[in-house]
Design a protein around this ligand. Structure first.
Ligand code: AMP
Length: 464
């Protein structure tokens, strides 16, 4: 199938061709015809599936008859409103709209909070046909009377699940109350939770439900490994891996804002160049952190899922799950940032005993067993070998490659359970060690020490 089949305006096709797109992605193939016919869409699709063009191309087509070069704002009312949860996502979509519409006389702009509203007021007042906005800032514009939403024909709620997670529901309801009742609605969400279904039920009319296959998060190019590590050893293990695996740039995911801030501060103290991005940071701080990271001045970007969601960081060589996400879908999102476009990537996860159930949920979702890895030369230091039931031991000699004798001396009485440090083994049979990294010789295979581990992790679908 080619883009020609949709009957799009040649000016749109020209931009698409200039982008090098030869054929529509699955979400585009399904969504474009429906949107062109004026239908509502409920799309389950994540970033990376091409969904932005999936709604933007037909919107441009529908607005093509309204193209004009009049300087009068009245000739450029907002006709399409695209709502997104974060500044970064809004900017990304705005860039796509500008790209696909670059040969047309259709104005678009992007408004988001955390920055001075002044310059935005001027642009919005001059008139734009396509307005890309975060909900709160859009309402600020409504209050400033810089925007009138009375002529909106098409509403897009993109990343709807994140908007709900971030508490935008009341804002969205207020915004919808300002739109004409007669309009086209497109809702995109990574998941169709009950809450999303309720939201959709109240907005969409007879929508076409489009679900595109989850992008294969376990693409062969992404090497996924998981390290069993006590929660209070994670910092040390992270530093160790960064140093021994020569990780130059990685995004490190934490589950909480506080955890993110603390980890970044700790890494800085340890001499690693780290920046934190989370919801408590102002837009300007987030922009500054991202810019530093992109410029290579920061090597580790410590982020929460929500803050990272809209970041335009597409081809990370390495993603580290410092804490496993509680929703397995978030794991897919996280590691989707690596291994893109044929590039290779590493997805490294840490899991403490408490988190093992999340790892199992992830494996069920992605239908792949994630290799358990051992960090050569890393020896936990704290007295929390969490995988031991009721036994507390102290291990010394962290990174103690230089003093094997002490290490040996400690083995019997003080060493942390070696099960911790060895690769995944199915059942009780010894398996081969994980593939060695260039600078990290594979640990020797050892027989599984604990019966039942394989059973615990088994029963999952085999790697296709
Ligand atoms: P999105 O899911 O909309 O964020 O798009 C993900 C990436 O896919 C963007 O970098 C787009 O430029 C790219 N893309 C979108 N549609 C196509 C297509 N039909 N062919 C190739 N790349 C595409």
């Amino acid at each position: 199938m080619s883009f020609d089949a949709f009957g799009l305006d040649p000016l749109i096709l020209k931009a698409v061709a200039e982008e090098g797109y030869t054929e529509p992605t699955p979400i585009q193939a399904q969504a474009i015809p429906v949107v062109l016919q004026g239908g509502d869409v409920m799309g389950a699709a994540q970033t990376g599936t091409g969904k932005t063009a999936g709604f933007t191309l037909p919107i441009l087509q529908l607005l093509a008859p309204h193209q004009n070069v009049s300087p009068s704002p009245a000739r450029h009312p907002v006709r399409a409103l695209i709502l997104l949860p974060t500044r970064e996502l809004a900017l990304q979509v705005a860039e796509s709209v500008a790209t696909y519409g670059r040969h047309m006389q259709i104005r678009s702009t992007c408004v988001f909070g955390g920055v001075d509203i002044g310059p935005q007021l001027k642009i919005v007042r001059a008139g734009v046909e396509i307005l890309i906005a975060t909900p709160g800032r859009l309402l600020d514009h409504v209050e400033h009377k810089s925007v009138n939403l009375g002529q909106v024909q098409i509403l897009v709620l993109d990343e709807a699940d994140r908007m709900l997670d971030m508490g935008f529901m009341p804002d969205i309801k207020r915004i919808i109350g300002l739109l004409p009742a007669q309009r086209q609605n497109l809702l995109f969400s990574a998941t169709f939770s009950d809450e999303i279904k309720r939201l959709a039920g109240g907005i969409l009319r007879n929508p076409k439900v489009i679900e595109v296959a989850r992008r294969n998060a376990t693409a062969d190019k992404v090497r996924q490994v998981a390290y069993a590590v006590a929660a209070d050893e994670k910092r040390a293990l992270l530093k160790h891996l960064v140093e021994t695996r020569d990780i130059r740039q990685a995004i490190v995911f934490c589950n909480t804002k506080l955890g993110t801030a603390r980890l970044a501060r700790h890494l800085e103290r340890e001499g690693l160049k780290a920046e934190a991005i989370h919801g408590d940071k102002s837009q300007l701080e987030r922009i500054a952190a991202l810019d530093k990271f992109k410029a290579g001045e920061a090597h580790l970007l410590v982020a929460t899922d929500v803050a990272a969601r809209g970041l335009d960081i597409q081809e990370m060589p390495c993603v580290i799950n410092y804490e496993l996400p509680h929703s397995p879908e978030d794991y897919v999102h996280r590691i989707g940032r690596t291994g893109r476009a044929g590039a290779e990537g590493d997805a490294i996860s840490f899991f403490s005993a408490d988190e093992e159930r999340y790892l199992i949920d992830i494996e069920k979702l992605i239908k792949v067993k994630i290799e358990r890895a051992a960090a050569r030369g890393f020896e936990p230091v704290a007295d929390e070998p969490h995988f031991h039931a009721g036994r507390r031991e102290r291990s010394r000699g962290r990174f103690d490659r230089e003093s094997p004798s002490r290490h040996t001396r400690n083995v019997k009485t003080e060493k942390v359970d070696p099960w911790f440090l060895k690769p995944y083994e199915e059942g009780t049979a010894p398996t081969s060690a994980p593939p060695a990294k260039a600078n990290e010789p594979a640990p020797p295979a050892t027989p599984a020490r604990k019966a039942g581990v394989g059973a615990l992790l088994g029963g999952l679908a085999k790697k296709p």
